[in-house]
Write a new protein. Structure first.
Length: 165
């Protein structure tokens, strides 16, 4: 059989099989815009925040955690991991553990406030104090020792204010 004939036959079979594999998708109700729930699993539900979940926010625009560790756990650990080891998967999340880029506070302050590549800017939801505290936390944990000691330089809220627009 010639390659062109085989291609035509296989294409025809694929088109003929489409109705067998296609699923009827429910259409939204014209009045409400909602999709009918028939055939959906009963255990599927939309997430609804509980009262305790809302305690993270004093208002809708700011996080309320205080202290570097609390801010790290609430904002950073999801990507950089609880022990600062970083991750590779849907993206690359740099390890903070043993990271020489944290030697001076200016770099992590700038990245936290303004973001970089896949990391979103967090300056709008963190105060100067929170940014300074989480900067000092990551620079003094996970095997890093850039805050304490003879050459250590701690980040201050004034340092953070200096990088904001």
């Amino acid at each position: 059989m010639k390659p062109l004939s085989l291609t035509i036959i296989l294409s025809g079979l694929a088109v003929a099989a489409l109705p067998l594999v296609a699923q009827d998708r429910p259409k939204p109700d014209a009045a409400t815009g909602e999709i009918a729930r028939s055939g959906q699993r009963e255990d599927f539900r939309t997430f609804e925040a509980e009262d305790g979940d809302l305690a993270y926010f004093a208002d809708a625009a700011r996080l309320t955690q205080e202290g570097g560790e609390a801010v790290y756990e609430a904002v950073c650990a999801g990507c950089h991991m609880p022990e600062g080891e970083g991750a590779v998967g849907a993206g690359m999340y740099p390890a903070l553990a043993g990271n020489e880029m944290l030697e001076f506070p200016e770099y992590p302050i700038y990245v936290i406030v303004h973001g970089q590549k896949a990391m979103p800017p967090l300056g709008s939801i963190l105060s100067d104090e929170q940014v300074a505290e989480v900067t000092n936390y990551i620079r003094s944990h996970f095997g890093n020792d850039y805050v304490e000691g003879e050459d250590g330089i701690a980040a201050t809220p004034e340092d953070v204010a200096g990088v904001r627009p």
